[in-house]
Design a protein. Structure first.
Length: 482
């Protein structure tokens, strides 16, 4: 997949490079001068965030791109400007220069991040007749900025995380026919080898030996074998003693099982492994980021399909930790595979656990398509995750986990059931089930059902997978490294 390469230079001599100028809502350009203001206004350009104008630049004596910053000069505005710029460039422009002298390093990095994210597209399956003439061909972005300590590393870090996010998007956008649990595991193995990360993969027989009852219960209806993956990153000898576990739900296709979804409900269910994709993508970039925390990534992979061997409503299975779970709706399967992965992370001695899952439609009802829900058992960890999401530009909102709601998952025949009270607090009851598998370990659960997919080309997203969670996890781990 094409990625934009970003470099930082104090100046540029070539007259062939297309210039990008940043403009505030006062129509004052940064690092250049806006053409005649009256002409700009006549063209409808007011300098609002992500607004663009291609016009003659007096400073460079050539046609340039002007991008509005608006009046809220924060990192999100610069990300939006980066995406708007790359989508507005002339289609034959391969190299562009951002004029950013006097701009804070974090804001420059945010622009570069938005450029990479906004440039993304999934074309792997397009035919030879696919018309690319209307798509950006940008391959190199040169940032013209004042030399300052850490500028290059700050920009490089942002680009690395953006590229990891694009990796997650690639994994999620690939059809389920080829993105099977086996193929996902092979990719995890390849990424581990390339980054010096250890990787252990359980096949079906090993999953049975390890008594991962939740994963097996969901996998029973599919001809595709399940996989459990554990990737382990360890920093250098000076690394801290803290150990963070990341856990991702990896349902490579969710039909609902015997509690079958409708046709429309299945159309985007290749994306039900977004949590596992976010964990894998995060693990892929830890070495490059120099994260100074030990990190284990657990990914539980299977399809959820109907067949004569599939788990039936009313069946009971025994999870890894010995608890029995009654399955009353086979379409509430994500919490079952996560239960076993959370048990493994707890047994392995994680100091804290963060899981990500496209878990409940109820969370979409509550928070919409742009905000993920956060729940957990540790206030400090939840606050740190919320802070990381805010810094990364991935909005999160804390939801409660009231102990009295545990009655929602009480079963008539088992320790618990896999669904809560009809039409009431579905997101919370799912999280309360997960809570039973982490013991006293500090734990935060991210329900990313809403923001994991975009239904339109919007901001720095393309229609399809967003890679939500990668930027938050990377920011969190970097904050832990300080």
């Amino acid at each position: 997949m094409n990625r934009v390469q970003v470099s930082v230079q104090p100046s540029i001599e070539s007259s062939e490079v297309f210039e990008i100028n940043l403009v505030g809502d006062d129509l004052q350009a940064v690092g250049g001068s806006l053409p005649n203001r009256e002409l700009a206004k006549g063209a409808g350009f007011t300098g609002k965030t992500a607004q663009t104008l291609i016009a003659f630049s007096e400073s460079s004596n050539k046609v340039s791109l002007f991008v509005g910053l608006g009046d809220n000069l924060d990192k999100e505005s610069f990300r939006l400007c980066g995406a708007a710029a790359v989508r507005s460039l002339a289609k034959d422009v391969a190299t562009a220069a951002l004029l950013a002298k006097g701009v804070d390093a974090d804001l420059v990095a945010a622009f570069a991040e938005g450029t990479v994210l906004g440039h993304y597209r999934y074309d792997a399956l397009r035919g030879r007749g696919f018309d690319t003439s209307s798509l950006s061909q940008l391959s190199d972005l040169i940032v013209i900025a004042d030399e300052s300590p850490g500028l290059q590393s700050t920009v490089s870090r942002a680009v690395a995380v953006a590229n990891a996010t694009c990796l997650a998007r690639d994994l999620i956008n690939e059809p389920a026919a080829t993105m099977t649990p086996t193929r996902f595991a092979e990719i995890a193995s390849d990424i581990s080898q390339a980054n010096g990360i250890s990787c252990r993969i359980w096949d079906k027989s090993q999953i049975e030996k390890e008594a991962l009852g939740g994963l097996l219960a969901v996998a029973r209806g599919s001809v595709q074998e399940p996989r459990m993956i554990k990737m382990s990153y360890r920093p250098g000898s000076d690394g801290g003693s803290s150990r963070v576990a990341l856990v991702g739900k990896g349902i490579t296709f969710d039909s609902g099982g015997l509690s079958l979804k409708g046709g429309e409900g299945m159309m985007t269910m290749k994306t039900d492994m977004s949590g596992a994709a976010a964990v894998l993508a995060t693990m892929s970039v830890l070495t490059e980021l120099g994260v100074n925390v030990a990190v284990d990534g657990y990914m539980a992979l299977t399809e959820n399909m109907p067949s004569g061997s599939a788990t039936k409503p009313g069946d009971v299975f025994i999870a890894r930790n010995g608890m029995s779970v009654e399955v009353l709706n086979t379409d509430a399967e994500g919490r079952l595979v996560l239960a076993d992965a959370l048990s493994l992370a707890t047994e392995d001695g994680a100091d804290e656990i963060i899981d990500l899952a496209t878990l409940t439609g109820a969370c979409v009802v509550a928070l919409g398509r742009e905000i993920a829900g956060v729940m957990g058992n540790d206030a400090d960890l939840i606050k740190e995750v919320l802070d990381a999401g805010d810094a990364a530009g991935e909005p999160l909102w804390q939801l409660p986990l009231p102990a009295r709601y545990k009655k929602h998952i009480e079963s008539e025949v088992a320790d618990m059931k896999n669904i809560g009270a009809p039409g009431a607090a579905g997101t919370l009851s799912a999280a309360l089930l997960l809570k039973e598998f982490v013991g006293d370990t500090p734990w935060a659960h991210l329900d990313i059902a809403g923001p994991s997919r975009s239904d339109a080309d919007d901001r720095y997203f393309r229609k399809g997978a967003t890679g939500f969670g990668v930027r938050t996890l990377c920011k969190y781990l970097e904050m832990k490294s300080l």
